[in-house]
Design a protein around this ligand. Structure first.
Ligand SMILES: [Fe+2]
Ligand SMILES: [Fe+2]
Length: 262
């Protein structure tokens, strides 16, 4: 089974790049499943039904998220609709709407897709993701063939340690949230495909997909000025392609990167 995973899609340029690249990559890589992190799709903050439909129509099969998932109104309607292939981090507080994981059928395989969020340097409080993943795997691993985790966290230490915590127990653990790709893409010793951060799908000459001049001004003045998504520019598309073996662990992991004009 071949799976493509896109990191955080940022705003309209990110959504545009997904539509642009998918026909080409589908032909080239023949993926069985395409997953994307959509937490920044609506102008950098959360998602709307319209943005979600846009990327699902473009060919994304399943959408994960992170700390920005509830930034827009009415996201709870999307999260609680079981027909919509969208999850939020499993270790968010218990009254958060939606599911932290789902099992989907792809060809002959049952695929468990889990979303987890880190605790280090995050603004909100979350339950312990290391304990949460143990609970989820204990309850669900017998139900699934392939297990994929979107690991939405800030620090590389927390991300790497989760790698050691789940190595050999899941097919892939792919980091999101920092929007910056890391060079540690590999298969861990017990067979889990791992990367600390996939990187974003967003404007390249930016700060994490947002206007760089405003972002620099925020650092310079200490004032919380609203960020803006640039209206044009080159978009960098960061994704991971991985392939599973007969044990439902990773056979191959490769980083995909392309630039498209917006
Ligand atoms: Fe993000
Ligand atoms: Fe995030």
């Amino acid at each position: 089974m071949r799976i493509i995973f896109f990191g955080d899609i940022v705003g309209k340029p990110g959504r545009y790049a997904i539509k642009k690249i998918l026909p080409k990559w589908k032909k080239k890589y023949q993926p069985d499943l395409i997953i994307a992190n959509g937490e920044n799709m609506a102008h950098g903050r959360g998602m709307t039904e319209k943005c979600l439909k846009e990327i699902l129509d473009a060919g994304i099969d399943f959408v994960t998220s992170g700390d920005h998932i509830l930034d827009q109104e009415n996201t709870n309607v999307l999260l609680t609709n079981k027909e919509i292939p969208l999850i939020r981090p499993a270790n968010m507080l218990k009254n958060t709407p939606g599911d932290g994981y789902r099992i989907i059928q792809v060809r002959t395989k049952k695929i468990l897709i889990i979303n987890l969020i880190g605790q280090s340097f995050m603004k909100e409080e979350y339950d312990n993701p290391f304990i949460e993943i143990n609970k989820i795997l204990e309850n669900e691993e017998d139900e699934a063939d392939i297990i994929i985790i979107d690991w939405h966290a800030e620090t590389t230490a927390e991300k790497v340690c989760m790698g050691w915590h789940v190595d050999g127990r899941v097919t892939a653990l792919l980091g999101t949230h920092t929007h910056t790709p890391t060079a540690d893409t590999r298969i861990l010793p017990k067979g889990t495909a791992f990367v600390s951060d996939v990187g974003m799908v967003g404007i390249q000459n930016s700060s994490l997909g947002a206007d760089k001049d405003i972002a620099v001004k925020r650092f310079l003045t200490g004032r919380h000025i609203s960020l803006r998504i640039p209206k044009e520019g080159a978009v960098e598309i960061n994704a991971i392609l991985f392939e599973t073996n007969k044990y439902n662990l990773a056979k191959k992991i490769e980083r995909l990167k392309e630039i498209v004009a917006f």
